[in-house]
Ligand binder design. Structure first.
Ligand SMILES: NC(=O)c1ccc[n+]([C@@H]2O[C@H](COP(=O)([O-])OP(=O)(O)OC[C@H]3O[C@@H](n4cnc5c(N)ncnc54)[C@H](O)[C@@H]3O)[C@@H](O)[C@H]2O)c1
Length: 490
């Protein structure tokens, strides 16, 4: 399989957030064929436009050695194939390998002896060798490490992040044989300026990627749990984190919704693998539960504020600023803003969603959400700033006055608005921990879990004295039941 780097043509399968920047970077050094199953995507790229906004038109224009195609047979002309297709989860949060296995099938059908195939899609440990390779072998009739080789090199880019890019992030590389690893390392090493890191096996590289995002998910889950706790205590979690952050080794995570194609999805790949081998992952799933419940909790706080303001819920209008999964990107995949929308709508509340960065057709297709524009919006009863796009941060008090009824609550989920300006303008400003007055009336916590004392005389003794298993009422009755939205956090 000894190949001269100068002879290599690279095929990239899947030209999305990951595949396109990678194809453009490789085109600096190699001749590259970029294939995508979506014809309209190929047409747009040929016009010099990347709909994801990750690659500029100038960069596309400069990538002279990159050819786009929706004809898979052109991939057969390449000796080094890189697979960058989606790996989502299904409705049951189980890995959906459809795209990956379809790509493997297509590769197998037109495989040329001597080809190396590197997978970049995020998967669980063992997926490349136990799921993809058998499909390639079956479709091609060829054998791994005799006729073709595989590698795994996880992608670590962060959409919207211009500092950490494909070439400036150290690249983890792995392969099915030592010779293949030499080649994979040499190919990536020739364009990735940050260098490469070789792992001892493909499974180590797969596991390393999936734990990077699982770790992030868990760290945020811990901070979300603190936010839920401190909010109940009426303590501003932002202030607590700022104070704790003065210690050198305190990690700077913030509370919030965890969406997107990676952080909220990848942990399920790991838990799937764990369950498959009979290990029940507790910590990872606990983190997922907390993070997946944040949308309902936040919607519940909005409902509480509407009730406090005396506004009937049915027919109330709530303005929601932001739909994408994070600030200043157009990606709406797995956005958890939809949990807020769904929860509010389940109470008969109308939601008015604004996001100039999101694609209206995609929003409608994926979530049934019709995007509105700010100027066409009539005054709403409350607002939720859900995504801190630059364009929302700059909304000033006078614009808020045209958007909302007087005194309306504004829930600043990202803590980026000018609190004192909004309060001076008469709005009710809310962020996690800042509205102790809107918490449920203080209960005597000593009553929580107290033993019910039924004073029923049984001979000389009261019933409470003879019951061996006294009934606990506090835990149920004093538990917060003011809205179903709270129950998952109790
Ligand atoms: N987006 C990120 O920031 C990021 C970061 C690290 C890792 N990843 C991982 O990289 C992989 C790709 O993610 P993405 O964000 O680029 O996805 P994406 O949806 O932006 O792009 C995937 C592309 O693959 C195409 N595609 C699907 N099936 C195909 C097939 N059989 N043949 C050819 N093309 C096909 C789609 O049309 C789409 O254009 C996923 O496994 C993801 O978890 C993503």
């Amino acid at each position: 399989m000894a190949l001269d780097l100068n002879d290599i043509r690279i095929g990239v399968i899947g030209l999305g957030y990951v595949g396109l920047p990678l194809a453009v970077a490789f085109a600096e050094r190699f001749s590259v064929i970029g294939y995508d199953i979506a014809k309209e995507r190929i047409d747009t790229l040929r016009l010099g436009v990347d709909p994801t906004g990750e690659v500029s038109s100038a960069e596309l224009e400069n990538a002279k050695r990159l050819e786009y195609t929706d004809d898979f047979s052109k991939i057969a002309d390449t000796q080094f194939i890189i697979v960058c297709v989606p790996t989502p989860v299904d409705n049951h949060k189980r890995p959906d390998l459809t795209y990956l296995l379809n790509a493997s099938k297509a590769i197998g059908r037109s495989l040329v002896r001597g080809t190396t195939i590197v997978f970049e899609s995020t998967v669980y440990p063992g997926c490349t060798e136990h799921d993809c390779v058998p499909v390639i072998e079956r479709e091609s009739g060829m054998r791994l490490n005799e006729d073709f080789w595989v590698g795994y090199s996880p992608e670590r880019i962060n959409p919207g992040d211009k500092e950490h890019s494909f070439t400036t992030i150290r690249k983890v590389v792995s392969a099915s044989s030592p010779e293949a690893l030499e080649l994979v390392d040499a190919v990536y090493g020739s364009v990735v300026t940050a260098g490469t890191y070789r792992t001892a096996s493909i499974q180590v590289a797969e596991a390393a990627k999936v734990i990077e995002n699982s770790q992030r998910d868990l760290n945020i889950a811990f901070i979300n749990e603190l936010a839920l706790l401190f909010h109940r205590l009426g303590i501003d979690v932002g202030e607590v984190l700022e104070a704790a952050g003065t210690k050198w080794n305190f990690l700077p995570f913030k509370p919030g919704l965890v969406g997107g194609h990676c952080i909220g999805v990848d942990p399920y790949y790991l838990t799937h693998k764990a369950l498959e081998i009979g290990y029940h992952p507790e910590v990872i799933l606990a983190g997922r539960r907390i993070n997946d419940g944040m949308g309902r909790f936040l919607a519940g706080e909005c409902i509480r504020l509407l009730i406090d303001a005396g506004r009937p819920l049915k027919g109330a209008n709530v303005l929601i600023l932001g739909l994408t999964f994070k600030e200043n990107v157009s990606d709406i995949r797995n956005t958890r803003i939809v949990d807020i929308v769904d929860e509010l709508q389940s109470f008969g509340i109308n939601t008015v969603v604004i996001d100039p960065l999101a694609d209206p057709e995609q929003a409608k297709h994926e979530y049934g959400i019709i995007l509105n524009s700010l100027d066409a919006t009539s005054r709403c009863d409350a607002a939720i700033l859900g995504v801190a796009h630059d364009c929302f941060r700059s909304i000033d008090a006078s614009l808020w006055e045209t958007l909302l009824e007087a005194g309306a609550p504004i829930l600043d989920l990202k803590g980026v608005l000018n609190r004192s300006d909004l309060i001076s303008a008469g709005f009710r400003y809310w962020r996690l921990g800042t509205s102790p007055q809107s918490l449920p009336k203080k209960r005597d916590l000593s009553q929580r879990g107290r033993i019910e004392v039924d004073v029923v005389h049984v001979g000389e003794k009261t019933k409470s004295e003879v019951d061996e298993e006294p009934k606990l009422i506090g835990a149920n009755k004093a538990g917060i039941k003011s809205g179903s939205y709270r129950s998952s956090f109790e």
